[in-house]
Design a protein around this ligand. Structure first.
Ligand code: KG4
Ligand code: ZN
Length: 356
């Protein structure tokens, strides 16, 4: 029997370059984040211009215990064997060696504390960040559509009900966040030191001052007739634009490139989301993933949805929950726990290519 009162879930997340642990309390459908620790490795990877998987995994190994301990301490859990009810861990998709660290840690804790374990799909975790506040206010409703945009994923997910989810569109090459990261690298030639890794926050900040109509960049696959995406051609168009104007471009031009590029990405994301919403009758649209922190995307998508049908709910996580975090894993865990969908620790498998 699942006790729905004051259920405490320890979430663990190590799918990429954030070592994260969180304690979530679920009380009859209301959630309270008792702690959420995210130790980012950005400062280590930025000198390589991207995540180095071997380094990421080693850093997870070094820090995972301290991060879990801190999450327990902040949540005032003195006796986890008594106070923690369940453990939820991201088992995929992601970097295989990074995933192993979180999963092995969760398996050990499950064994030592004798707690049931749930294995989490990282993309679902991103989507579930939307239920943190909206479950209680009744806006977590189905059928729904989720746009997941991160450094590793660009997916449209149709959610018929709480458990019946299906991917209906995805990127055929680069993810949206990955294209921000690559364009930042390209612009480093023109404005060295002003754009870094990950590129999204730098580009979106610069884009605020730029002219988004200055450069006519492609909107790949915007009229493809399906719900898939492609961002590699857009990145290449920026590469050629910068290469051909290397001698003449100054900071102001680079800022206009940021704004024009960001608008091209947003146009495609918004257009495909609206097309999907028109195709399937849904009453809620959710945004999730690291790129969901982009303010322009948030406001333009919100406006497009209002224009389409003001009755559609639009949900987006607060900024701190857009990037990788373990609250997401614990939230996703809650729904698996409700179904008693546990995996014995001996059987939990890491799956770097896990699909919804
Ligand atoms: O979800 P996330 O933390 O990690 C993955 O699961 O991939 O997403 C990281 C991605 C990076 O590519 C980063 O550049 C992008 O999210 N990102 C942004 C913004 N903040 C982070 N992209 C656009 N605008 C932002 N403000
Ligand atoms: Zn992620």
């Amino acid at each position: 029997m699942i006790n729905l009162k004051h259920m405490k879930i320890l979430g663990i997340e190590t799918s990429c370059d954030e070592t994260a642990a969180a304690v979530l309390e679920a009380n009859k459908g209301k959630f309270k984040v008792l702690s959420s620790i995210v130790l980012s490795q950005i400062n280590i990877h930025k000198k390589y211009g991207g995540v180095v998987p071997e380094v990421a995994a080693r850093k997870h190994v070094e820090h995972i215990i301290a991060v879990v301990e801190q999450a327990l301490t902040e949540a005032k859990i003195n006796d986890p064997k008594k106070q923690i009810d369940y453990i939820a861990v991201t088992a995929g998709p992601g970097l295989i060696t990074s995933l192993f660290v979180g999963v092995e840690c969760a398996k050990s804790l499950s064994y030592c504390w004798e707690k049931p374990l749930v294995a989490i799909d990282h993309v679902k975790g991103h989507i579930y960040t939307n239920c943190l506040e909206h479950m209680a206010n009744g806006k977590w409703k189905f059928p729904a559509l989720a746009l997941v945009v991160s450094g590793g994923h660009t997916e449209l997910v149709l959610m018929k009900d709480e458990y019946n989810w299906k991917k209906i569109g995805e990127t055929l090459d680069d993810a949206a966040g990955e294209s921000f990261d690559k364009v930042a690298k390209i612009l480093d030639e023109i404005i060295p030191g002003e754009v870094g890794y990950p590129g999204g926050p730098f580009i979106s900040k610069l884009a605020k001052k730029g002219n988004a109509e200055r450069f006519d960049l492609p909107r790949p696959m915007i009229n493809s007739g399906d719900l898939n995406f492609s961002f590699s051609g857009l990145k290449t168009a920026v590469l050629y634009l910068v290469r051909d104007n290397k001698e003449v471009f100054k900071k102001g031009d680079a800022i206009d490139v940021c704004a024009s590029f960001q608008q091209a990405v947003i146009d495609v994301l918004v257009s495909k989301t609206i097309k999907a919403a028109e195709k399937f009758s849904i009453n809620t649209i959710m945004l999730a993933g690291g790129v969901a922190a982009n303010q322009e995307l948030r406001s333009q998508l919100e406006k497009a949805i209002k224009d389409l049908d003001p009755k559609i709910n639009f949900l987006m996580p607060e900024i701190s929950l857009c990037g990788d975090n373990a609250t997401a894993s614990a939230l996703a865990g809650y729904f698996k726990i409700l179904k008693s969908d546990f995996t014995p620790y001996q059987k939990v498998k890491v799956d770097p290519n896990m699909e919804i």
